[in-house]
Design a protein around this ligand. Structure first.
Ligand code: IDP
Length: 141
């Protein structure tokens, strides 16, 4: 399988719970390398742009308000099949439906406050990595 890069965000609920390190451990234990990372408090404009594909969904406003409610930790993960691997580690969007042992099952409270974001395909991963880490801010390790 090819080496891929994917964008991951630890959302405000998980940052507030102080579990950044525990979530990073899941990534590293699964063989994913953190090749870029930064904390940010997103502006409304950034959150609306980032989640632009969902702009017509009924939950869009709540999603944007949640994403700007506190700082987030943003990282690029690199490794074999990184996109699908990260999605497996995350678990289902609704933590009630997420498999035991996944990040969302263990750290998320609801479908709105669901701890993590992860790119879902190579095309979105490329766009999302460039959105938060333009230029040369991603490392080869
Ligand atoms: P994903 O994060 O598992 O890829 P998406 O369908 O891309 O899920 O949705 C993006 C985010 O929008 C979710 O992580 C969740 O925070 C929020 N969301 C999705 N569906 C709902 C819903 O039905 N109600 C409330 N929030 C939702």
């Amino acid at each position: 399988m090819a080496i891929e890069r994917t964008l991951s965000i630890i959302k405000p609920d998980a940052v507030a719970k102080n579990v950044i390190g525990k979530i990073y451990d899941r990534f590293e234990s699964a063989g994913l390398k953190i090749v870029a990372s930064r904390m940010a408090h997103l502006s409304q404009n950034e959150a609306e742009q980032f989640y632009g594909v969902h702009k017509d969904r009924p939950f869009f406003k709540d999603l944007v308000n949640f994403m700007i409610s506190g700082p987030v930790m943003i990282q690029v993960l690199q490794g074999e099949g990184a996109i699908a691997k990260n999605r497996d580690l995350m678990g289902a969007t609704d933590p009630k439906k997420a498999e035991k042992g996944t990040i969302r099952a263990d750290f998320a409270d609801s479908i709105d406050a669901n701890a993590v974001h992860g790119s879902d395909a190579p095309e979105t991963a490329a766009v999302e990595v460039a959105f938060f880490f333009p230029g040369m801010n991603v490392f080869n390790r």
